[in-house]
Design a protein around this ligand. Structure first.
Ligand code: ASP
Length: 350
């Protein structure tokens, strides 16, 4: 009898929790299990309320919502997490608001060079592209590399050749031009010495890169079949040179998915995310140390990355549909939707 009473009590509490809609309870959305769910980011960095007009803030929120609803609808209709991830990222790549696809930052040479990767947690298949200049949707190229090539990562001209063969949309490089990103490059260039000597490297990074706003996009999802997927797409960092490749196309650093543990997409100062193998480290902490997703993400983002001097964040989801958005910067554009269709959107560190 007593057991029955306790069961009814727990059941009632759980139902009560599921129905919650107010902002306090929306925090619980992140900590409960979901049959399917989706999380996105639009980059982490020095994103402060005082620097964002109410109109711009509304634009970001609207685009985040539009993007996440695309993936949510795929998942709700029984579609795969890998499709949800790709299609959701496509929406953000097509928006000039984010540093991916249209709106990508400029290299030192005044070009836009894109990196992207995607991973399927069921099969551990993965695809990645680096340094492309004419592929409209780099995440779709990463997907094609995963599905239709014997390789995991293609770069530069070869990757573009493959994109043409695959019938992906190719654009003139001028498609990626946005005035504000171009001005950011001019600003950085006017601030810094024209070549970086090794002993000036730290000061250069501190003054010019650490404070620049990022805007990489990423998505992680769990589908109704229990499959996890992750993807990330970026233009990298403003003023990058020498064919610099960041963490975004590196499986295990920028993107990782494994049905046994979690799916992760990173954003931040790529060099540090490569050195700490962020996405795989979170998965490994769960697999080998038995940490929960949120414990693992905290350890990597709040301890390991800052200890080395880096900054940024991750979004992640585990096989129970627990969602995490962990960052050590002033802000991260982000959104979640759970299996009840409840939407959370955040920008600042609140
Ligand atoms: N991680 C990306 C890179 O280093 C930048 C970002 O996330 O904003 O290329």
């Amino acid at each position: 009898m007593k057991n029955l009473f306790v069961s009814i009590l727990i059941f009632t509490l759980l139902i009560g929790c599921k129905k919650g809609n107010d902002p306090v309870e929306s925090k619980l959305i992140l900590e409960k299990q979901n049959e399917f769910a989706i999380v996105i980011h639009g980059g982490a960095g020095t994103i402060l309320k005082k620097n964002l007009s109410p109109e711009k803030e509304a634009e970001y929120k609207a685009k985040l919502e539009e993007a996440i609803r695309v993936g949510y609808t795929i998942l709700k209709n029984g579609g795969s997490s890998i499709d949800a991830v790709q299609k959701t990222i496509n929406v953000m790549e097509d928006s000039p608001l984010f540093n991916a696809g249209k709106g990508a930052v400029f290299t030192n040479a005044g070009t836009n060079e894109h990196d992207a990767s995607i991973m399927d947690g069921k099969t551990l298949n993965a695809g990645a592209s680096a340094g492309t200049k004419t592929v409209r949707n780099p995440i779709s190229l990463a997907r094609a590399i995963m599905d239709n090539s014997p390789h995991v990562m293609l770069s530069g001209n070869g990757a573009e050749e493959f994109a043409v063969e695959q019938g992906l949309q190719i654009v003139d490089p001028s498609y990626f031009y946005t005035e504000n990103r171009f001005q950011s490059l001019q600003k950085i260039k006017s601030n810094k010495p024209s070549s970086i000597k090794l002993d000036e490297k730290d000061a250069f990074y501190d003054s010019n890169i650490k404070d620049s706003k990022f805007g990489t996009v990423g998505c992680v999802a769990l589908d109704k079949n229990g499959n996890l997927a992750a993807g990330t797409s970026t233009g990298g960092m403003t003023n990058k040179r020498w064919g610099r490749i960041g963490d975004t196309p590196i499986i295990g650093a920028g993107t990782y998915a494994n049905n046994n543990t979690c799916a992760v997409s990173s954003t931040g100062w790529g060099e540090f995310f490569i050195r700490t193998v962020v996405a795989y480290d979170i998965s490994a902490l769960m697999e080998y140390k038995g940490l929960s997703l949120s414990e693992a993400a905290k350890k990597v983002i709040q301890k390991k990355i800052p200890d080395l001097g880096g900054d940024g964040g991750v979004i992640a989801i585990d096989k129970q549909g627990n969602m995490v958005m962990e960052f050590n910067t002033a802000g991260m554009y982000r959104a979640t939707m759970n299996d009840l269709g409840e939407l959370y959107i955040g920008i600042y560190n609140e």
